[in-house]
Structures are given as C-alpha cells and as structure tokens.
Design a protein around this ligand. Structure first.
Ligand code: FUC
Length: 726
C-alpha cells in the first residue's frame, strides 16, 4: 500500500517527486577517536559475533585485545557464579616511540562491523582491521603496511584464569577447566606476510611468538567451551579444542578477502534492514566521538542521536545471534572474573530491556537466543520453584540467573511471566503459528499454571499475588502492582495465544476469569499510580525502578487511548520519579514517555542520556549516561541502557501494541523538520517505511506477507488501510 497525503487542501507537490521512502543508512555510522584507548570500559571498542567478543585498545607501542566467549561461566545449577573474562592478546611493537606516530585514527564502523586503525610511523603507513565473523566463528585481526618489512612484533596470548600458554608451530594455545568442570580452549593462529617467525617462552613459561620484519600479518582467534544449553546432557557439549581446531582449519583455508566479504555480507543482511535518518545533519568526520558527546550539550546533534540508535542494533547483532546465549548485563564484553552483578541475567528489568529493540528494529533472529534461554532453563527452574513454592505447577525465577539454571538474590516471582512477554511478542511480530504452537504456547501455559496455583483468592473476591516485592524497594506484601500488572500481561498473552491457536478453550476461559478478578491498577491520593495496594507512595521517591508503570510499558494494560485516567496517573508517578537516573532507568523512562505520546519529554530524557560519564573514580550513585565508546554507563558499564535507548527511539516513531499501527506517536519538536524510517517492524508482521516533513507524515508504506486490512493512525487520523504484499 502506498499513500499520498493531503495537508489541508494542499496536495503536496513534493509527493509527486519522491514516491517512495528510501532512508539509507549513511556510510557514516561510526565511532572514532584520534588516540588509542587507555581504559577498557570507557574507551576500547567492542566487536562480536554473538559468541566471540573483543575489546580493542589499538595502541601503537603495544596492542591490547581483551576477549570473551559467551559461555565461559563459573557456577552451576546451585551456585550462580559469574560470567568470566577469557583472555588477552598483547602485541608488542619493536617501534616504541609513540611520539613519532602521526595521523592516528581508530574507527568502529557500524555499517560493516569492522574496526579500522590507521597511522603513520617514521613516514610508513600502517593499517589494521578487526572483525568477529559469525559465518566463520573466528575473530580476525589484520595488520598491513605499504612498506616492506615494517612489522617486528612479539605476540602473547594470556589466559584470564591460571593456564599457561602452549604453542603449536605457528600458534598459541590456552586450555583449561574451571572449578565447575567447564572446559575451555582458545587458539591464536598467525598467517604471516613475509618475515621470520620464532616461538619461545616468556619468563613465566608462557609461549610467545616473535615475528621479525614482516610486511604484515593476520591473526585468527578462536575460543570455545564445552557448554551446551541442554540440561538433559548435563550442559556438556563438544570438546572445546575440537571446535576451535575445526573453526580455525576452515577459516585458515580461506583468503582474507573472502573472510571479510562473508562477514560483511552476513552482518549487513541484518543491519541494513532498518534505516533511520533524522534531519539532514552532515556527519562530523573531523570531530572525534568524545568531542561530539561534549558538544551535544550545547548543540543537539541528530547524527549522534541516530548513531547511538544504530549502535544498539550493532551491539545486539554482535552479542546475540541465533544458536547462542542471550546478551547478558554487558552483552558479551567482560574483562573481570568478578564483574559487577556477575555480568549475569537479571530478571527484574535488565534481560527484558536487552530485547525490547529486537523485533521492532527488524532483528527477530537476534531475539531467538533469549527465547531459547528461557526454554533451556525450564527444568532446573521447576525444581528450584518447587522448593520455594511446594505444590505449584510451572516455575519462576530469582533475580540473578546464570546459564545452568542457578540463581540467587531475592525471588522475583513475576520474572518468568515477564519473560513470557518476549515469547508472545515473537509471535505477535512474526505471526509464525508453528513457533507459537510448538515452542511458545507450552511455556505460556505452564507459567499461567504457576500463577493459577500461586495467586491468592481473597474472601472479597479479589485475586492478589502474595508476598511480592516491587523491585528493589518497599515492603514485601500482597497485591504489589508490579506483580499484578505482569500477571495480567501474562494472562492476556496466554489468552491471545490460545485464541490464535483455537485450542484449550476451557483453560483459556478459566485464566480469563482469573484475570477479571485480579486486583487492578489504582489511583492514589496525589493522583499517582499506586505502587502498592495501599495508598502509601512517597512523592519524593526517586528510585530507579518504576516497576508499577509496567502496565504502560512494556505492558499494554494502560494507555492514553483506552485508559486515559490511569495513563494520567502513570504520568504523575513518572514525573515524581524525575528524569535523571541510572542508564537503564533513563532508557525505560524514554519508553514510558513515548507511550504517553509525549515526544518532547521522551526527547528530554534522550538528551540526558547523551551525557558523558567519566571512567575514573566511578561513584555507583552517580547518574548514568554514556562513555566515550558510547557504551551505556549505569554506571559502571551495563548494556541494557544502550538497548533500551534504541527501543525508546523506536517507540517514539511507531507503536503497534494496541491492535493498530500508530505512526509518529511521540515525535519531538526537535525532530519535526525532516526524517525517514525504513524497515521498522510492527506487530502483525508488517514492515513500516515512512517519511515526514515539518511534523507531517508525507509518505508511508506498509508491507506484509499477508495482505489484509488494518487500522492505521496517521497524522492524527485513524483509518482502515490495506497492507501491500511484501
Ligand atoms: C537491578 C538494578 C540495578 C542494576 C542491577 C544489575 O538490580 O536495580 O540498578 O541494574 O539490576
């Protein structure tokens, strides 16, 4: 379907000229600096293929590459443990006078997921390229020069645990076993372009490579563990050394150009599905990213806003790929064996926020690791839940979770019901009945059964969740809004799933009758949406969690269209909580304000989010923002805010949670002049392209594999339109 819009009586001549929405990702989606990184968290640049990740410092005296593999975890089904650092590569360059290095530039290019470095030393030109290939399951670091014999280097590989580095003829190897029995292995292989190779041991007995007078060289890094996401196999998969050797053998047989091309092709098949342009800002190639963030405080900058938006998509593609584990609190990037909050899967906002962007920004495949994770946890979680809540069917979770089902910290009773929203949304966005029937529905049903058994039927006929806790403050008591709203959401999703499949009518009706009797959202004495059943909210409470607003977002129980009084109360509560907070909390607030159709307030928070946070002397009570490398500062680094920011911008552009598609529901004044979106996904498997000018939608196109009529809100008017076949 393609439409030309009327503006009053005026038919815009413009529309006759541009009859399709063509937002292209500019080639300038990049983060860059003119000096190497000194600090891992705030300055190094991340690359990743979902499983293998690295943070690159890019030094010219010494290169430092810290790397990870997503399944290297301590802990087990009982202990939570923590996500671990894997290892580091150091490359010492013989040329050791940084002062003589000129024209240094390091760039993380979001358009092709390649990190490039270039500089000159003694009149010689040096270039490097780094990428983490999903199709080849190796990371590749290429060092080139136009000059002959330009590189004399020592290359070391270091285990983040205690293993010594061994060597093969042209490679370095680490192999080890964690205390929980998890085996891990990594090999670094070298392809040299000229020069001579020597391997010896350093003073600690670790093998190291000396490469002298090479024209260039390429490093291939593979890493793996024996983890598999199957409890039936005691979480034990293939031997990691076998995996590493096989991946390296295949990759080493290919040319650099072939490897690079297949990486780019694979990455762009996902990344290029969505394009966003706001205004016509020209990219600032001459201003390093850190300076762009500083300048932003004086003059907002649409290019930086859209780069940060696309960075969320870059990070999701780089940390969450089909077949792998979901992105944890730091995606896959972690340089500590005792990271903040274990770099785990937190179930009371964080893992959920990581995935809000996946479907609407057209990355459904990257949602799958989260869904698989939920599925893989079921059996252990059922056992753990039985111990806490004897006799119930189904299961739920505590707040901190690992990859073996182990968990700790407070029970987060509605946590699994919140997971269920992602299971339903994957269907809602993609309309795959096979997936719904065989994968999602059984889980939605067993989680509904958990609540069927766990809910308290009070003598007054009202049904409440017992002994809940609004994260992470306040009393433990019955009828906490966070619990009530998430159970309502689960039941709604379950009912719609049963209806879509036309199955289980009796149980569906039973759940519907429970949902009717659930304690519903209440408005308190200062007009606020109550966080607890009793009217005791403190108007000065600035807590980062605003869990009682779940019904507004990501839930769909409260909206300005259907429940205007409750939406107004949510607004009162949100206003009282304030705008500034931790990284993820600000990102959530962008989403809330977008759902309240207040684009200007969402934008105010977006602007606060684009605040430079320093890396040194971190005070955990500091407000959040972003670091020089655009990673979100909780602080410290926590990736949920990056993902939540992208989701928030998406909610400002298109919403589809209420059975209709609403175009530009929360466009801020600052974005009114001009913009284009291509490839945004709405529920119902509908792809939305649109263009606006002076706050008016001038073009739009809705396509779907299934031609049908839908409700569309465009320029304030609700109409019935037919989607075009894609
Ligand atoms: C929740 C939050 C914290 C932090 C942690 C990982 O507990 O309250 O702010 O994000 O998760």
């Amino acid at each position: 379907m393609y439409k030309r819009m009327k503006l009053g009586n005026l038919i815009l001549t413009l529309l006759l000229i541009c009859n399709s929405v063509q937002a292209q990702n500019s080639n300038n989606l990049k983060i860059w600096d003119n000096k190497p990184a000194k600090d891992w968290m705030t300055q190094a640049y991340p690359i990743g293929n979902g499983k293998l990740g690295a943070m690159i410092f890019g030094g010219t005296d010494q290169e430092h590459i810290q790397f990870n593999e997503s399944s290297l975890w301590t802990g087990d089904e009982q202990e939570t443990g923590a996500y671990q650092a894997f290892g580091e590569i150091f490359i010492d360059f013989d040329q050791k006078e940084a002062g003589k290095t000129t024209l240094y530039k390091r760039t993380l290019n979001l358009n092709d997921a390649i990190h490039q470095i270039s500089y000159q030393y003694n009149g010689q030109e040096f270039t490097r390229e780094y990428f983490s290939s999903h199709p080849d399951q190796v990371m590749i670091f290429n060092y080139a020069s136009k000059s002959k014999n330009a590189y004399s280097v020592t290359i070391r590989l270091k285990d983040a645990h205690a293993s010594k580095t061994k060597n093969a003829t042209d490679g370095l190897i680490i192999e080890g076993v964690l205390p929980n029995g998890l085996k891990y292995a990594s090999t670094l292989r070298l392809k040299q372009n000229g020069g001579t190779l020597k391997i010896d041991k350093d003073s600690e007995g670790n093998s190291q490579i000396h490469l002298t007078k090479a024209n260039g060289f390429t490093l291939f890094l593979s890493a793996s563990t024996d983890y598999i996401n199957q409890r039936a196999r005691q979480w034990k998969g293939e031997d990691p050394s076998q995996v590493v050797n096989r991946n390296l053998k295949t990759a080493l047989a290919k040319s650099y150009a072939v490897l690079k091309n297949s990486h780019i092709k694979d990455y762009q098949s996902l990344f290029n599905r969505f394009a966003l342009q706001i205004g016509n800002n020209t990219p600032k190639d001459d201003v390093p990213t850190v300076q762009q963030i500083i300048n932003y405080k004086k003059n907002t900058d649409n290019q930086l806003e859209t780069t940060l938006f696309q960075y969320g998509r870059y990070l999701l593609i780089s940390s969450s790929r089909k077949g792998g584990l979901p992105a944890n609190l730091q995606g896959i990037w972690n340089n500590s064996n005792n990271p903040p909050w274990r770099s785990d899967y937190h179930s009371n906002i964080n893992i959920q926020m990581n995935y809000w962007l996946a479907e609407p920004t057209n990355l459904a495949e990257s949602n799958v690791p989260y869904l698989d994770y939920i599925n893989s946890m079921r059996e252990v979680k059922k056992e753990n839940t039985q111990k806490e809540y004897p006799g119930v069917r189904g299961w739920t979770v505590r707040t901190e979770n690992n990859i073996f089902g182990g968990e700790s910290f407070s029970w987060n009773t509605p946590g699994s019901a919140w997971y269920a929203q992602a299971l339903w949304d994957h269907y809602s966005f993609n309309q795959d009945k096979g997936y719904l029937k065989s994968f999602a529905y059984p889980i939605l049903k067993e989680l509904s059964e958990f609540w069927d058994d766990h809910l308290k039927r009070r003598s007054d006929g009202v049904i409440v969740a017992p002994d809940g806790w609004s994260p992470e403050h306040g009393p433990k008591e019955d009828g906490v809004s966070y619990d009530q709203q998430i159970v309502y959401d689960l039941f709604t999703n379950y009912i719609e799933a049963a209806d879509s499949l036309k199955i289980d009518t009796d149980y569906r009706n039973h759940i519907a009758s429970l949902r009717d009797k659930l304690l519903k959202p209440k408005i308190g004495k200062w007009g606020q949406l109550q966080e607890w059943e009793d009217d005791k909210d403190d108007p000065n409470d600035k807590h980062r969690h605003a869990s009682h607003l779940f019904a507004l977002h990501p839930g769909r129980q409260i909206s300005i269209n259907k429940t205007p009084e409750l939406a107004e109360a949510a607004k009162v509560s949100l206003t009282a909580r304030g705008d500034e907070s931790t990284g993820w909390s600000m990102a959530w607030k962008m989403n809330f304000w977008a759902r309240l159709h207040d684009g200007n307030h969402a934008y105010q928070i977006l602007k606060n989010f684009i605040t430079l946070v320093g890396g040194d002397g971190i005070d955990y009570n500091d407000g959040g923002g972003i670091y020089e490398n655009l990673l979100c500062a909780h602080p410290p680094f926590q990736i949920d805010g990056n993902f939540g920011y992208t989701a928030g911008v998406t909610e400002m552009l298109v919403q589809s949670q209420e059975g209709l598609i609403d175009l530009l529901p929360a466009l801020p004044d600052a974005w009114k002049s001009y913009g284009e979106v291509r490839g945004l996904k709405a529920r119902g498997n509908i792809t939305v392209d649109l263009k606006w000018k002076d706050g008016v939608i001038t073009d739009y196109k809705l396509t779907s594999p299934l031609v049908r009529q839908i409700q569309l809100k465009v320029n304030g008017t609700l109409k019935t339109v037919t989607v075009k076949k894609s």
